[in-house]
Design a protein around this ligand. Structure first.
Ligand SMILES: Cc1cc2nc3c(=O)[nH]c(=O)nc-3n(C[C@H](O)[C@H](O)[C@H](O)COP(=O)(O)O)c2cc1C
Length: 180
């Protein structure tokens, strides 16, 4: 059975939901998946057969711990099948929904030492009732400037869950899952 590490950064939980969906998909193909939040542990990919890293954007950046992790383990990440996904709201726009056209993902991939085999960008979720005061004000501004929904009770999940499943399937293929 292939052992897969899926490690992610989340603030409001959406990256966790996406990670859980991917983990379930990989497990349905026979893998054993450890989903680990980077906030709890910076787990080494050593000893795993494949690894995926995911992170959401906040105020223009992936959390610094994500960059620290991928640089620290760049060699281990690159020595097994590997993949990266970024989550942000800018990716809800078709012109910004690939690793090459999404400014956050492009800049991140350019500055880190790891070059993922597979990379993608998922549009995230707006969840105003969940935000604390300052974040609510800022998100109201960001979303109104960028033409997105910004009412105080607004909850919109922009994630294309079929695209999440497709990415999990591409990753499974890249690590020959189900071919043992
Ligand atoms: C305070 C705050 C700041 C954000 N900043 C950005 C941003 O600069 N650019 C962007 O595209 N999305 C931004 N987002 C959207 C998040 O990336 C999106 O909501 C994502 O689904 C959050 O994932 P998480 O729940 O795993 O933290 C921001 C969200 C919040 C709450």
């Amino acid at each position: 059975m292939k052992k897969i590490l899926l490690t992610y950064w989340t603030t409001d939980g959406h990256a966790r939901s996406i990670s859980e969906r991917i983990a379930a998909r990989l497990e349905s193909k026979g893998a054993a998946v450890d989903a680990v939040c980077l906030r709890d542990e910076q787990r080494s990919p050593a000893g795993y057969d494949a690894v995926m890293v995911g992170a959401s954007i906040r105020y223009g950046f992936h959390h610094p711990e994500v960059q620290r992790y991928v640089n620290r383990y760049a060699r281990e990440l690159g020595s097994i099948p590997n993949a990266f996904f970024s989550i942000n709201l800018s990716a809800r726009k078709p012109a910004k929904n690939t690793p090459e056209t999404n400014p956050y993902c492009r800049k991140f991939l350019h500055k880190i030492q790891w070059k993922p085999d597979l990379a993608t960008v998922f549009p995230g979720k707006v969840d105003f009732p969940k935000y604390r005061f300052f974040d609510r004000i800022m998100m109201h501004m960001i979303m109104s400037i960028s033409g997105g929904p910004h009412g105080k009770d607004t909850v919109v999940d922009f994630t294309d869950w079929e695209a999440v499943d497709d990415f999990a399937d591409r990753f499974a293929e890249s690590c020959s899952l189900g071919k043992d």
